[in-house]
Design a protein around this ligand. Sequence first.
Ligand SMILES: C[S@@+](CC[C@H](N)C(=O)[O-])C[C@H]1O[C@@H](n2cnc3c(N)ncnc32)[C@H](O)[C@@H]1O
Length: 227
Amino acid sequence: MALEEMAAFFEARLDGYDEHMLTNIESAEEFYPYTAAQLPVKEGAKLLDLGCGTGLELEYYFKLNPAAEVVGIDLSAGMLTALKEKFPDRVLTLIQGSYFTISLGDRYDAVVSVESLHHFTREEKLPLYKRVRDALDDGGYFVLTDYMVTDETIERELRSEYERLKTEAKLPDGAFYHFDTPLTVEHECAILRDAGFAQVEVLKHWGNTYCMMARKQNLPLNEEISI
Ligand SMILES: C[S@@+](CC[C@H](N)C(=O)[O-])C[C@H]1O[C@@H](n2cnc3c(N)ncnc32)[C@H](O)[C@@H]1O
């Protein structure tokens, strides 16, 4: 198998992308609405979407909160154009580039990322997650829905296969190539904690797709206790 550059990979599959995700990814029809339902419902809520693609999660979110202000970051200009065309009437700011280098902005009520971060290492994610935490309002939180594994051996094998393919093709460092290298659920939680999030919890999973919530600060005690 030949590695393809990340944005080019998605642009080549843009036609039929939404249908592919919703019909071929296990439980997609459940985890997109579930993820959207975790996001803030107050009018004018500020949301950042990392790797927003064509906005499948946003489609469900805008149904719950049509007045939300959303910033979306994605490497692929084609995916962003498709997203913009879907929601001409929404408050949507789209930024083309890598979330590892682009300024994220700040004072968000929530940050979300769906099916995008499973290509990256702990070393790449840790500084990003610290920046995500800094970009959140004090009461804000990060919802991460992504492909993860439970076995460390699989994590290691996929990463070394990726490195092998990259070396074989003599691909330079510093660009992103499409190959799934999910981390374990435990490692993903640990990176979020190491980035300074006060509370990290797995909300739900559907096979290998996990939905996690990481809160910038602990919830006040009276919000934790349900009577
Ligand atoms: C599988 S798609 C998911 C899109 C959307 N969140 C969804 O669930 O339908 C992954 C997206 O992440 C984007 N992506 C991958 N690496 C990225 C990076 N470093 N910075 C910004 N976007 C990235 C890709 O361009 C692609 O649009």
